[in-house]
Design a protein around this ligand. Structure first.
Ligand SMILES: [Zn+2]
Length: 471
């Protein structure tokens, strides 16, 4: 399909069945373009049911190889380990990993060239970058082979939601430059014969563009949707407000933004399918996602080690997320601080039988918090319910540029009045107490970020948690 300037696809005159794509075209293409993909997929499908001890052994084996390579071929890590008096042989267990310093985004920006392995020739790697929607952009290298294993992980995790290769699926995603790993939208033939994704760009969501989504979805009737969480919610609210009831999905994979409290229910009621929450990022692709039991997010543990580490100055019960990529050699990310916070709760079980560990709730980006002068932090998601039951308020966003002052931006609904503002102030009082001043301003709309992501709390003061930035 072709994307016109408004982001809605133009249908092709004919279609192949999903089965032909799944069993013939995609495997042939993958063999040429991603020669190790099929092997990784077979491995990952098997590994998800390994005994937990065997999975940890596999992780340790891959970690040791990664550390030895990093020590030998990556000047940054060699220097860091030497400085800490360590060699790769000192890291024998998962717990030992904590001996290594944390890698921050700032480290990557400042020492980019020193993080590149001298053992991976340029033809075996590709440059990739984050969009920088919530911080500064970041450039990094990904092995060509790592793209194969990333694709295999995604396919495995999609299967949990019933989304297979060859199935048409709607993709409510951000700006065109943030789509998958493509610098630009995929060409017509790839979308039609390989990806089968109906791209509905969310960078400029308007009533008009959402009406176009409806037209396209009515034509193709995809059974799955992959979406930014908030974009899916906005689309659901649009469908409800316009009494559109025939857009349904069996499964909705939501990612890239927080799934705020209560929103899962809105999506499931509107589109009558199940929501599968996913957590990932451009740097390492899928980090964790929900299986069919929805008991938490299973970590993509055969490719990554994910730590949730307590740190001073964080809200209680939360830790910062650190990710180690076990398979990418050209620019290894070891204990990479991704900028998100997750619950420290580790006492979770899923009845699905997969040994991939569960990660606690992702609580949002470190910048998605209000910070008060006393150092207290209030998580954005806990504020999400503030006006959820107020019919005279359509949308809110918190903006903070310094600890003493919080601005609450409100899109007024019917009946908005002075009394509404008084009620909002009353509800905010227990959070802010007397520490920060609150200003309420009204707006016609609250736009998404240029990437298409919606930020509930926008902390413009700083994008890193102080404790984390100091390491
Ligand atoms: Zn499970």
């Amino acid at each position: 399909m072709k994307n016109n300037s408004k982001g809605s696809p133009t249908p092709m005159p004919f279609e192949l069945t999903g089965a032909v794509v799944r069993h013939l075209i995609h495997p042939l293409w993958a063999k040429l373009a991603h020669p190790t993909y099929a092997r990784y997929l077979r491995e990952f499908e098997r590994d998800q049911y390994l005994h937990p001890d065997d999975l940890r052994k596999l992780q340790m084996l891959r970690l040791r190889k990664q550390l030895i390579d990093a020590y030998r071929y990556v000047p940054f890590y060699r220097h860091r380990m030497t400085e800490a008096g360590l060699t790769p042989l000192d890291i024998q267990t998962h717990e030992d990993l904590r001996l290594l310093p944390v890698l921050t985004k700032r480290n990557i920006q400042d020492h980019h060239d020193l993080l590149v392995s001298s053992n991976v020739p340029p033809r075996k790697r590709e440059q990739n970058q984050t969009g920088g929607s919530t911080g500064s952009p970041l450039q990094f290298y990904v092995d060509r082979e790592r793209f194969d294993s990333r694709m295999a992980s995604t396919v495995r995790h999609n299967a949990w939601a019933g989304l297979r290769i060859g199935d048409w699926h709607a993709q409510l995603w951000g700006s065109r430059y943030d789509l998958g790993d493509e610098p630009d939208p995929a060409p017509l033939w790839r979308q039609q014969f390989l990806y089968r994704n109906i791209c509905l760009h969310t960078a400029d969501v308007t009533e008009e563009s959402m009406m176009r989504y409806v037209d396209v979805l009515r034509k193709y009737r995809p059974r799955s949707m992959v979406s930014y969480a908030q974009s899916a919610v906005r689309f659901a609210e649009f469908c409800t407000a316009n009494n559109i009831r025939d857009i349904t999905f069996d499964s909705m994979i939501v990612s890239a933004e927080m799934l705020l409290p209560g929103k899962r229910q809105i999506l499931e009621e509107t589109f009558r399918g199940k929501v599968f929450n996913r957590y990932g990022c451009r740097e390492v692709s899928v980090i964790a996602s929900e299986c069919e039991f929805h008991s938490g997010l299973h970590v993509n543990a055969d490719a990554l080690i994910v730590e949730v580490e307590a740190a001073p100055n964080l809200p209680s019960g939360m830790g910062r997320v650190l990710v180690t990529d076990l398979l990418n050699r050209s620019m290894p990310l070891i204990r990479y601080e991704i900028g998100d916070l997750a619950s420290l709760d580790t006492d979770m079980r899923c009845p699905c039988g997969r040994s991939l560990p569960l990660i606690g709730n992702i609580q949002g980006r470190t910048s998605d918090f209000l910070r008060l002068p006393s150092g207290r932090m209030i998580a954005g998601p806990s504020l999400a319910l503030l006006a959820a039951d107020m019919r005279d308020v359509r949308q809110v966003q918190f903006i903070q540029s310094n600890p003493e002052h919080v601005t609450l931006k409100v899109v007024a609904g019917n009946g908005y009045s002075q009394r509404t503002e008084e009620e909002l102030r009353r509800r905010m009082q227990p959070y802010l107490e007397k520490e920060s001043r609150l200003t309420i301003v009204t707006a016609d709309s609250i736009p998404s970020e240029p990437s298409g992501k919606y930020r509930f709390v926008k902390n413009t003061e700083d994008t890193e948690v102080p404790a984390a930035a100091s390491r």
